[in-house]
Design a protein around this ligand. Structure first.
Ligand code: ATP
Ligand code: MG
Length: 443
């Protein structure tokens, strides 16, 4: 049961001003959607959405500064010094094309018809200027009972807009709600419609699930729903492997950094870093996010490849050869970057023992490499004099002078080799030593 006692009004001067102006001009105006839900839940409010009986051009007449940010949906953004406010004319959504967002909207004069088009009862409430909640679909009662429920017939609602199924899992996990039986049954029945939803929107929902307060719950619901089997683009990720790592799912929320959470979740899938890169690309992750996450997985993979050897080893008894591990670690840290190395240590620090006896590569990595790596990894990193070519005290120009050869790809390769040798402590990061080593390498 969640408490909805002591309800507070959304106290936001900008919102009060927008409502006052619209009402003074003779229109109805209410706060709607997420901000009302969060006020009822007594959670911090993010963006404020306002619904009104005024038509978009009438809204624009009420305020000196506006931007027509979504005119096709009836939305005008009001710009105040306190912030921006999305003001949307009461509307219905009559036609949905391809199971996603409506193609045409019709303006209406009735607030409760506007609330009816919304996805879940807790998102279908409005609040007036005085703080009174208008709640025609029982959103407050559902919140009190800890239930997430579609407005109206769930199967229809998911059929109109398949993104709502991902929103369902996101809200259920972030607000710790039980999904009402008919809503869940409808989600299972309509799962295959998710193929109509752009990967970018899928990614945004997944990010909010993983980055929210209850990623383990989201993952379990995703698995149970089988939604990931119905994405627009097939991803080379064996999601079902998460089932073998139930205890590890629970520690994801202990990681504060978003990249760390993704690394752990993707690591648990025990799939090559290259496949992960491909999947994150399909999901339209930013280049920076993708590179950061994949570098960590590639680093772990390189350690496993160098130290675990064949799959005949006995997981319980073998422990990694320490000097070999140190070498592989320092080498990998330079190759994949110090950020990747630090992330890997943070993630491995929380990685629990596998749920049951398994002889998978990750289990062997966990038992034979992780303990020594956690003991020494930080120290070994601090021994590395430089992680990037720009800190190496030898440049491409030096190499050109030394060899008399024209610049080319050989240069980058040789500099990287020298960087690796300095990381391993085999040569000092100083000009003479580097020149010597370069000369040796060229001969
Ligand atoms: P948050 O901002 O935390 O994601 P929110 O509920 O405010 O939550 P928004 O995407 O900002 O979500 O949408 C504002 C409101 O618009 C929602 O509360 C809901 O009433 C309605 N809404 C948004 N997306 C949909 C959708 N796909 N189907 C139906 N209603 C929706
Ligand atoms: Mg919102």
């Amino acid at each position: 049961m969640m408490s909805v006692g002591g309800l507070k009004k959304v106290s936001d001067h900008g919102a009060d001003y927008v409502l006052t102006q619209l009402m003074a001009a003779g229109y109805e105006a209410y706060l709607v959607g997420g901000c009302v839900r969060d006020a009822v839940l007594q959670k911090p409010i993010k963006d404020i959405d306002i619904a009104t009986s005024a038509l978009p051009e009438q809204v624009m007449e009420c305020f000196p500064r506006t931007a027509p940010t979504g005119l096709q949906h009836g939305t005008v953004t009001v710009i105040l010094k306190q912030g921006t406010y999305e003001v949307t004319t009461f509307r219905t959504e009559s036609q949905y094309e391809n199971f996603r967002r409506p193609t045409s909207v019709a303006y209406i004069s009735d607030l409760s018809e506007d609330l009816r088009r919304r996805d879940f009862t807790m998102n279908a409430m409005a609040m007036d200027m005085a703080g009174a909640v208008l709640d025609p679909f029982g959103g407050q009662k559902d919140i009190e009972d800890g239930i997430l429920r579609c407005v109206g017939a769930a199967e229809e609602r998911f059929g109109e807009d398949a993104l709502r199924m991902l929103r369902c899992i996101r809200f259920a996990s972030t607000y710790q709600l039980e999904i009402e039986a008919k809503t869940w049954a409808a989600l299972l029945a309509q799962a295959s419609l998710l193929r109509h939803i752009a990967m970018e929107r899928v990614r945004s929902e997944l990010q909010r699930m993983v980055e929210g307060p209850a990623p383990a719950r989201a993952v379990r619901l995703l698995l149970a729903s089988r939604l990931t089997a119905h994405l627009k683009k097939q991803l080379p990720l064996p999601f079902e492997r998460w089932l073998a790592h139930d205890a590890a799912l629970d520690v994801v929320s202990a990681l504060a950094e978003q990249h760390d959470r993704w690394v752990l979740l993707l690591m648990l899938m025990e799939t090559p870093a290259d496949s992960v890169r491909q999947a994150l690309q399909e999901l339209t992750f930013s280049r920076a996010d993708m590179d950061a996450v994949v570098a960590v997985l590639a680093l772990r993979e390189s350690l496993a490849a160098q130290l675990l050897g064949g799959d005949t080893q006995d997981a319980a008894s073998d422990t990694a050869d320490q000097p070999l591990l140190e070498r592989a670690w320092k080498f990998g840290a330079v190759r994949h970057g110090s950020a990747a190395a630090s992330t890997l240590l943070r993630v491995l620090r929380v990685l629990p023992q596998p749920d049951r006896e398994t002889d998978g590569e990750l289990a062997r990595f966990r038992s034979s490499i992780v303990p020594a790596l956690l003991r020494n990894g930080e120290d070994w990193l601090s021994e590395i004099p430089c992680f990037s070519l720009k800190d190496l005290l030898l440049s491409g120009t030096d190499l050109a002078e030394l060899t008399g050869k024209p610049p080319g790809p050989w240069m980058g390769k040789l500099l990287l080799q020298l960087l690796e040798l300095t990381a391993l402590g085999e040569i000092q990061n100083e000009r003479q030593a580097l020149l010597c080593a370069a000369r040796d390498a060229c001969n």
